[in-house]
Design a protein around this ligand. Structure first.
Ligand code: MRU
Length: 346
């Protein structure tokens, strides 16, 4: 499999993020020099997708430390915690974000309380440690993608054997959303490699159109058969027996297996259950939130109503209120299995 387009180019003094707002029409990059730039890019949806925002935030914290050291300021745990708070607030639902920023603070805290912190070149050593950690979070995610996709594919072909599959997916869960081949889209990529994809039905994913703009773009680029479908068509496709399985990603998974994911995921799960179609979630361990018992405890981000009221900057519904929950919660009972790099939860 050829490496798909990465959402990020990282170096020691900056990161460049693919501006996902401009895709598929234009491939352009936004340059970030510190955590403030990265937080803005996350808030503005230049970069999105739970693992991708976690990776970007990790680099953002390193860059802020680097910027501080260039100005001869001390790199302290307090400084990093301040950047963490800023980044964590930029998209509250995806736990990968606060997980990654927490890992960066932990690296700094461990170093600053060690003997190495009292040596002459301590600031440089700390910067190297922070950069290496961000790189590790990035590279690990690529490996996790491969492993969870392999787990999911093995499960599907064993429990639901078929020559070729028709898969329905929601939002964008590919290389634009992760450090590797993707979560749900990673499974689709592996299945396609084995010649086992008949058709991928990609929900357009209102209001932000991650399906039309990003998933269709990724799949067309990889020559994987894809058909775009409006979100409200899912039930009819299932009724017509056009869908063999649903694969989605996740932004946060509670201890009981409830899943927060892009708005519309819950409706899909209800439809899949009614039509006895397996409904699968694919997510790395960094998406599991061990601190919460159920999905009721997940903070669901509400985004600006203009995302609903406008299309491509043009107002389509003037003078009306709009409600724009960015995610919803799918109860564990509606999910056939959750695949991570470590395990399969049924
Ligand atoms: O608002 P977005 O585009 O960040 O939402 C993305 C999703 O809901 C994805 O399904 C989720 O982040 C998992 S992506 C690997």
């Amino acid at each position: 499999m050829k490496s798909p387009l990465s959402f990020i180019k990282a170096s020691r003094d900056k990161i460049q993020l693919v501006n996902q707002k401009l895709l598929p029409h234009k491939l352009d990059y936004v340059t970030c020099h510190n955590a403030t730039d990265v937080a803005k890019a996350i808030k503005d949806m230049v970069v999105r997708g739970a693992p991708a925002i976690g990776i970007s935030a990790a680099y953002g914290m390193y860059l802020s430390a680097w910027e501080a050291s260039k100005k001869n300021k001390k790199i302290t745990v307090e400084l990093l915690k301040k950047q963490k708070d800023l980044l964590d607030a930029s998209r509250p639902t995806a736990v990968n974000l606060s997980w990654a920023t927490g890992e960066m603070v932990a690296v700094a805290a461990a170093f600053l309380s060690s003997d190495a912190a009292r040596t002459k070149d301590a600031p440089l050593k700390l910067l190297l440690k922070l950069y290496d950690k961000a790189l590790e979070i990035h590279n690990d995610d690529a490996e996790r993608c491969r492993a969870m996709a392999a787990n999911a594919m093995k499960y599907l072909v064993t429990k639901y054997p078929k020559e070729k599959y028709n898969i329905l997916t929601h939002c964008n869960t590919g290389s634009l959303a992760t450090g590797g081949i993707g979560t749900a889209l990673g499974v689709i990529r592996l299945l396609n490699e084995k010649g086992k994809i008949e058709m991928v039905y990609a929900d357009e994913t209102r209001p932000y159109m991650q399906g039309s703009r990003l998933t269709a773009f990724e799949l067309l680029k990889d020559k994987i058969p894809v058909t775009l479908t409006v979100d409200s068509q899912a039930g009819y496709l299932m009724q017509k027996k056009l869908i063999d399985a649903v694969f989605v990603g996740a932004d946060r998974i509670a201890r009981n297996g409830d899943v927060a994911n892009k708005i519309g995921t819950y409706s899909l799960s209800v439809l899949a259950k009614a039509h006895r179609i397996p409904f699968f979630v694919v997510a790395p361990q960094s998406t599991f939130d061990e601190t919460i018992e159920t999905g009721n405890q997940i903070v669901v981000e509400e985004r600006n109503p203009t995302e609903v009221l406008e299309i491509a900057g043009r107002v389509i519904a003037p003078k009306v209120k709009a409600l724009n929950y960015s995610f919803d919660i799918t109860p564990q009972a509606n999910i056939t299995a959750i695949f991570s790099e470590k395990e399969t939860l049924e």
